[in-house]
Design a protein around this ligand. Sequence first.
Ligand SMILES: NC(=O)c1ccc[n+]([C@@H]2O[C@H](COP(=O)([O-])OP(=O)(O)OC[C@H]3O[C@@H](n4cnc5c(N)ncnc54)[C@H](OP(=O)(O)O)[C@@H]3O)[C@@H](O)[C@H]2O)c1
Length: 297
Amino acid sequence: MIAVMGATGQVGRQIVESLLAQGRPVRAIGRNPKALAELAEAGAEIAAGDAGDAGFLAEAFRGADVVHTLQPYNPASSDFRGEQARLGEAIVTAVQKSGVRRVVVLSSLGADLPEGTGFIAASLHAQEQRLGRLTGVDLLLLRPTLFLESILAGLPFVEAMGVNADAVDPDVPVPMIATKDVAAAAVDALLSDEWHGVEVRELLGARDYTYSEATRILGAAIGRPDLQYVRLPDEDMIGALMEAGFSPDTAALHVEMGRALSNGIIVRPGGRTPANTTPTRFEDVVSELLPTPSEAS
Ligand SMILES: NC(=O)c1ccc[n+]([C@@H]2O[C@H](COP(=O)([O-])OP(=O)(O)OC[C@H]3O[C@@H](n4cnc5c(N)ncnc54)[C@H](OP(=O)(O)O)[C@@H]3O)[C@@H](O)[C@H]2O)c1
């Protein structure tokens, strides 16, 4: 049995679907029973509950040969670090209580750094440290770079303001990855018995993109070839994020992460290699997820 947290999310759903397609027994763990019902119909066992409830999670993990964990993320949280600590402790307790011995962890590039990376330090660095306390458990820390789908999350802003905007320098190359490639790497790890102790796998996507370049690709896909990218001043970016539902706390963490990406702090020491490069390009993601301009009009 393979237990998958975040099974109704971007990465988790693709993990569950891939495992089911390969005939593997899967327990899909999420919060919303209605969202999980579709995965039950596809053949998964389901477990619905709050990830902050260690008792629920321990039952959901029990009997699994390997589990996939992630830190659920709530942009409206007024105390992001506190909430992440509560969820992260529940996951560690649940692994201990359930007796599970192998854990594939959805973390992030830059999670080795203790500070200065916004969400990454506040959530994923801290969680890697917590999980590191476990004894007798093999951990595979998957550290993907920024998800390409995050660029698409800016579309409502593009529609409202006529430009794409974020907190990252327009001309700094940033590695970006499609969630389908993250899920594929997670599936490989979940089905492999070739990792032991604590192992780290960084995933850098097909190539680096500057935000200006990613915006040109996005613009072409939505029929706005002249779409521009602007790096907003920190205060303006925080205001825009708060209008979109972020708390002041999470908006500030987003801007700090943008600064870290702009300053090149979040890097893989050994650079890009065939092992950390994955196939899917941004062009592939937009053509799969967005209607072509003629379909949209
Ligand atoms: N975005 C990036 O660029 C990036 C890059 C590297 C790493 N990451 C990491 O990737 C992770 C997010 O992965 P994703 O994008 O696949 O997630 P996602 O699409 O946001 O989905 C989150 C999943 O967790 C579930 N969930 C949320 N809150 C929960 C709670 N309190 N209890 C139980 N389940 C809960 C959701 O269930 P519901 O459907 O019921 O809400 C959903 O299944 C985060 O830890 C993030 O830090 C992100």
